[in-house]
Design a protein around this ligand. Structure first.
Ligand code: FAD
Ligand code: DCQ
Length: 424
């Protein structure tokens, strides 16, 4: 009988545990190692940061959920993966043996690459619910004494959607409070143009998001590298199309949230063959690490190349739908391996995403991820805000009930022609 170990209990890790348990043979053991006691729904962090959500509404205790499905839970950080001897070293120095390992650790937030960036410096973060909760406190102080906002994503970032979301969410919150007139807003991004999103644009995301920024008097700076942040001041170098420095900006702010660059987590960083120089895990078409084929990776920790070269280097986003597709492929491929078969399931790297703008939102569908595409669609409207709220409730329900993909979800997505697995 086999021991399947999953590291991480986030958007990828929890569904992975449920799907794997369902597909494993009766005697196989499934274990989750996570460094937190709770799961939280990351896409709702921007709402937590303006107190539209309380953290308790998007957070669930992991232990009882896994216990109810006979999945073992070790609440500790994985300190090091030793793929040569099929072991995970835990923070307390003990070891867990595995037959199959799934790495689902998400990103390490690389704030340290820019002096003064991040919650230990002078900018807020929405990447983790702890950060978003801190940010909510800072936001309520800001509301009492508003001033300029600088928001965006730094060089090397790959996740741009939440930066736009948060700009529009703050803007909406300020308008509701009749404070918008007291807050000049600047969007600072390493993208070559507004709406690039690390995807080379989706539909006319450039025109749409520029227009929304103009309508809301949000200024922007593209091809930007943040060189340092001091209290109340951001130093930004704007680059030209060749990537040469064009203009220096000093941007005063009273409130700032910047998406950092992502790296792989320390547990895999520098493990020969298992991770690339940024610490992301290379995988083959079946989610397996080429050097250690009994190690699989899903979610943000996976290495994927940028869709195109840009003047300021940026990465490609890994969105929820793509992650769920990696989960399903991995569970099926591990089951095939258990049965002594070759893997047969490939994830489709399609970007399907709902972005919230406070009272409206935008839905994106990019199939495939790299242009030119068969489907390249973006649509804005109030329905997207409502759909995103509904999706949040639905995902929380799925995690609470230990369900992975109920049949009606499959019907809806099939109807949309967005296949999770290739050739289905
Ligand atoms: P995570 O959800 O971050 O999970 C990683 C897990 O691993 C966590 O439980 C963590 O505690 C654990 N972990 C980390 N290191 C260790 C260790 N050493 N040992 C043990 N456990 C460890 N995508 C969309 O499709 N739609 C959206 O609207 C959307 N919004 C987003 C908003 C924000 C603010 C961000 C940051 C991302 C958003 N994304 C969105 C992108 C993506 O869906 C999320 O980043 C998602 O959380 C990634 O899932 P994951 O499982 O890879 O990582
Ligand atoms: O897992 C998802 C996720 O959480 C990480 C999201 O964040 C909110 C998502 O947006 C998934 C799968 C999504 C995509 C949800 C798509 C729902 C259907 C949208 C249909 C739009 C076109 C008509």
């Amino acid at each position: 009988m086999a021991h399947i170990v999953i590291i991480g209990a986030g958007i990828g890790g929890m569904p992975m545990a449920y799907e794997m348990k369902q597909l494993a043979r009766p005697g196989d053991e499934v274990t989750v190692i996570a460094n937190t006691a709770t799961f939280h729904f990351v896409p709702s962090n921007p709402w937590v940061a303006v107190s539209w959500r309380k953290r308790a509404e998007i957070e669930l205790e992991i232990a009882p959920l896994l216990a109810a499905r006979k999945i073992r839970f070790i609440q500790q950080a994985a300190a090091r993966v030793h793929p040569g001897r099929n072991q995970v070293e835990l923070a307390d120095g003990s070891f867990v043996d595995y037959d199959y390992l799934v790495i689902a650790t998400g990103p390490r937030l690389a704030f340290e690459e820019i002096p003064g960036l991040g919650p230990d410096g002078h900018t807020q973060s929405i990447c983790h619910v702890d950060h978003a909760t801190t940010a909510a406190g800072v936001w309520s102080d800001f509301i009492a004494d508003p001033g300029p906002i600088v928001v965006g994503a730094v060089q090397g970032a790959s996740c741009f959607g939440p930066a736009y979301e948060f700009a529009f969410i703050m803007e909406t919150d300020l308008r509701k409070r009749k404070l918008r007139d007291r807050v000049p807003m600047t969007f600072v991004t390493s993208e070559p143009y507004i709406g690039h999103l690390g995807l080379g644009g989706v539909g006319d995301s450039k025109g749409m998001l520029e227009s929304m920024f103009r309508e809301r008097h949000i200024k922007w700076i593209c091809n930007a590298k943040v060189t340092r942040v001091e209290e109340g001041n951001m130093f930004v170098t704007e680059h030209d199309d060749e990537g040469k420095p064009k203009k220096e900006h000093e941007l005063p702010f009273r409130y700032s949230m910047m998406l950092p660059a992502f790296k792989g987590v320390d547990a895999v960083f520098g493990v020969e063959g298992l991770s690339n120089p940024r610490g992301f895990v290379p995988i083959d078409a079946y989610q397996r690490n080429p050097a250690y084929p009994n190690v699989y990776a899903i979610g943000v920790c996976v290495a994927i190349p940028p869709v195109e070269t840009t003047p300021v280097p940026i990465g490609t986003p890994k969105t929820g739908f793509m992650i769920e597709s990696m989960v399903t492929a991995t569970a099926k491929n591990i089951r095939a391996a258990l049965d002594g078969h070759e893997p047969g399931e490939k994830a489709t790297w399609n970007a399907v995403c709902l972005a919230d703008f406070g009272s409206s939102g935008a839905a994106f569908i990019a199939l495939p991820q790299i242009p030119p595409r068969n489907v390249n669609w973006v649509s804005e409207g109030k329905w997207v805000h409502l759909a995103k709220v509904a999706f949040e409730k639905y995902f929380m329900y799925k995690v609470r009930k230990g369900k992975s993909e109920p049949i009606y979800e499959k019907i809806v997505m099939d109807a949309l022609g967005v296949m999770k697995l290739k050739g289905r």
